[in-house]
Write a protein that binds this ligand. Sequence first.
Ligand SMILES: C[S@@+](CC[C@H](N)C(=O)[O-])C[C@H]1O[C@@H](n2cnc3c(N)ncnc32)[C@H](O)[C@@H]1O
Length: 289
Amino acid sequence: MPHPELPAACLYSHPSLGRLWKKVHLACSPFLQRPALQRLYRLPSPRIRKHFGLRPYSVVALGCADGVKESLLLKKLPPPTVLLAADTNPSLAQQAAIRLPARKKIWRKIDLTHELPVSLFRDLQPVSSNPNSKIQRFPILVTLFGVLPNLPPLPLLERIARFLRPKDLFLFSANLAPGTKGRSGALRVLPQYDNPPTREWLEAAVGHFRPRLPKGRLEFGIFCDPQQKSLARIEARWISRRKIVTVFSSRRPTSSQVEAWIRTAQLRKLARYLDPLGEEGVWIVTRKA
Ligand SMILES: C[S@@+](CC[C@H](N)C(=O)[O-])C[C@H]1O[C@@H](n2cnc3c(N)ncnc32)[C@H](O)[C@@H]1O
């Protein structure tokens, strides 16, 4: 029987937890320490420019936190007409909307474990001077950076695939298990998680959780994802005498596992960019025709 799990949103949605997550990110994230990872978020821009040409487009930044990765990308693209920054933590989404360029900016609290709300389409309508004209929404660039490790990945990709229209693009990142073997690859990156700032953040999340968890301690390890046994998952578990609860999990697929999800979710790969150390990858995909 799999252990009960805290929903990922519980680690981020309270303002103080959002700040603690940011502190962890600044102290421990390889993204800030390795220019090759920052480059991954600039590299897709020529392919995206070619796809949209000179046409106006909108950006939907899902799970964007404060939008640092999206800003690397958007600096290399013409400013979108509409930008929608959406995250479970509304103050982070608001910071993203301030940071990112666009003619019209919106930020929203969203829950990515549910179907994307149809009201997103309304938000994305450009303002028209003619109230009788039938307004088509512009093609959209959807981004999803750093979220796939935290939520069941295939159902999330399938929900986003259902939201896409044929001319839209979807750009997402995955934190990978370097090499071809998930478990040993995940073991190499475990120290990025089992460290004092991450423990401080996750212990604070346990303290916020209701109903209260019994007194216990955090233990990190590598386990199989309960929904896909071949997928390695770094977990922080709350161990108490009465029960074990998974507080945090980061799925670490190999790049071929990511590509199998793409196919199953009825998406089509247009391009892939891999970190030279194999710890992260960015994919551009579109809806299958
Ligand atoms: C690991 S952080 C990545 C943040 C940022 N995109 C980056 O890559 O640095 C995961 C992000 O997903 C958001 N998130 C987690 N669960 C969510 C949910 N159920 N719905 C919406 N956003 C969620 C968090 O608030 C957080 O901003």
